[in-house]
Design a protein around this ligand. Structure first.
Ligand SMILES: Nc1ncnc2c1ncn2[C@@H]1O[C@H](COP(=O)(O)OP(=O)(O)OP(=O)(O)O)[C@@H](O)[C@H]1O
Ligand SMILES: [Mg+2]
Length: 393
């Protein structure tokens, strides 16, 4: 069975190459921490010029006399955004904040990630098989970070399958290993990992996708997160037959696996996420970025570009949380907040403000009067995640 294969590989890996693995893990940890220090400084320095480049490109593309240059402006905007994305990933990566620790159901995390990617994978003709062991013990961890781990691995598998011919298959399975670790395996039937690159795939910036704008950070971020959870991540591959990525995480000892717990239904939406967030932001690209990121974390989102439209959407759809810009044409963020206090006071208690680079004393006093949290541009995606999670508590 597939469960048997997984356990077998785990056994072989730890028996034969334990010392090698330990050495390579230490080397990896050193590299990551040195890089983390360097990177956080550089990333902060890059954020401001990027915001300016992107801002001006967008300002120009709105001008009538810039129609002839619209393609070039589009390219500038796209590349600035890509650079901003790299900077933000680097900041996530460099952050030394210890991850949240809560009881996490590994199957639920995998379900939420699969639900997120399901439609696109189906559209690419990829068949997904889920073999999630029922009654797994919970683990202590940060569900959002773990989602990111599996999203990165799954995205890599999807990309690997895009290379190959034949029917794409991704198999996601979980097992409880004999050593008390819960183990997730993500197997694809793509081209596999050539031996020449196998020991570098977890290195920061190692990528074979330079032509496709790969940053080479995906797996090193996975490594960092799994390591911080006291777990292990490794890959096994036969060239031409595909690759399997394993993530083993220590289970919480107190909770014994319960045989009566039913297997999770495929359509079950897992608990930690799935809430509905309205983003009110006149800047389309920022709104889109925030929406994309929140969706990646498993939230449902809607975007409104002006306050009146947002109020209408709130009346119709009743979101759990609203993220709103302060400076907007027409009704601004303050007026929007005042309106919300009148019509939906309980939702006004679940507003997060977004502020520009410079916050005037006036704005500062408004923010402290409301007692609501705010995100300052250019915010990191991690900051969005943390603010949203805290506000929804
Ligand atoms: N499922 C897989 N099959 C084959 N090769 C893989 C697979 N997953 C990862 N790799 C290899 O590992 C390399 C590093 O992966 P990683 O996720 O760190 O970066 P990337 O995918 O290249 O870039 P990014 O994650 O920024 O898009 C990839 O470029 C690819 O060569
Ligand atoms: Mg990747």
């Amino acid at each position: 069975s597939d469960g048997g294969v997984v356990t077998g590989i785990l056994g072989v890996a730890s028996d034969l190459t334990e010392e090698m693995q330990l050495r390579s893990r230490l080397r990896q940890a050193e590299k990551l921490s040195a890089l983390g220090e360097l990177v956080s400084g550089v990333a902060h320095e890059l954020n401001n010029p990027l915001t300016v480049i992107r801002g001006y490109a967008q300002l120009l593309s709105g001008r009538e006399d810039a129609v002839a240059a619209s393609r070039e402006l589009q390219a500038i905007t796209e590349h600035a955004e890509r650079a901003a994305r790299i900077v933000q990933e680097l900041l996530t990566f460099a952050r030394e904040r210890p991850p949240a620790r809560e009881a996490v159901d590994l199957n639920a995390v995998l379900q939420s990630v699969l639900d997120l990617r399901e439609r696109e994978m189906a559209a690419s003709g990829i068949r997904v098989v889920r073999q999630l062991a029922p009654g797994l013990p919970k683990l202590q961890g940060d569900p959002y970070q773990l989602q990111q781990v599996f999203l990165n691995i799954l995205t890599n598998a999807e990309q690997a399958l895009a290379e190959g011919t034949g029917e794409g298959l991704i198999e996601v399975s979980t097992t409880l290993a004999a050593d008390g670790y819960v183990v997730a395996a993500i197997r694809d039937n793509g081209p596999g990992i050539p031996a020449t690159v196998a020991d570098r795939i977890f290195d920061p910036f190692f990528t074979t996708k330079a032509d496709r704008q790969g940053t080479g950070l995906g797996l090193s971020i996975c490594y960092g997160i799994v390591n911080a959870h006291g777990g292990r991540i490794w890959a096994d591959s036969t060239v031409g037959q595909g690759a399997t990525f394993f993530v083993a995480l220590p289970a919480t000892a107190v909770e014994a696996p319960s045989p009566v717990e039913p297997a999770p239904a495929p359509e079950a939406t897992p608990a930690p996420v799935g809430r509905y967030i309205l983003i009110l932001e006149d800047e389309v690209e920022i709104a889109r970025l925030v929406a994309r990121y929140l969706e990646r974390l498993g939230y449902r989102t809607s975007v409104a570009h002006e306050a009146q439209a947002a109020l209408q959407m709130i009346a119709d759809e009743s979101p759990d949380l609203v993220l709103t810009d302060l400076k907007m044409p027409g009704m601004n963020g303050r007026e929007f907040y005042a309106a919300l206090c009148g019509t939906r006071p309980e939702l006004a208690q679940r507003v997060i403000f977004v502020t520009g680079d410079t916050v005037s004393p006036d704005t500062q006093s408004f923010l402290s009067q409301t007692g609501r949290p705010h995100l300052a541009k250019p915010f990191s995606l991690e900051e969005v995640r943390a603010a949203v999670a805290a506000a929804l508590e």
